[in-house]
Write a protein that binds this ligand. Sequence first.
Ligand code: NI
Length: 177
Amino acid sequence: MSVTPIRLLGDPVLRTPAAPVVDFDAELRRLVADLTETMHAAGGAGLAAPQIGVGLRVFTWYVDGEVGHLVNPSVDLVGEETEEAPEGCLSIPGYRFDCRRHLHVVATGWDQHGDPLRVEGSHLLARAVQHEVDHLDGVLFVDRLDPGARAAALAELAGADWTGMGAWVPRVEVSPH
Ligand code: NI
């Protein structure tokens, strides 16, 4: 296991849809271990493989003291209830913006051994799952902000000293929840 540098906004890997995992092998288990360790070292609630430069559909989370991971996830948004709350991203360090997310989700996928896994989450866990699955599609949480909030966020991020903001281009247009 090793702590791996986290890619920052402006890195093309964050805008590239990740590929499904095919082999549930030792390499996958090392990836899950690296994601988990890197997430803990950074103090994050979740981390997706593209954030450490690996284009595979894997993410980890650490919410309410529970750590988990999911491979090749698909997420169902449950019900119509949403919640707006401050959200951040380890790839956009130092910034938090209010983002509206579904309150409840059910995510299904596989664990690192290839066994099926189902995760039900609300509030922060639901938010983390939606955020991380977005990463696997090249979507960042700032893409999910309301247009006005997004413009304000962009203006703020333009002052960030850790990336070339010329790379700020939503890869896909997403509709707000
Ligand atoms: Ni993130």
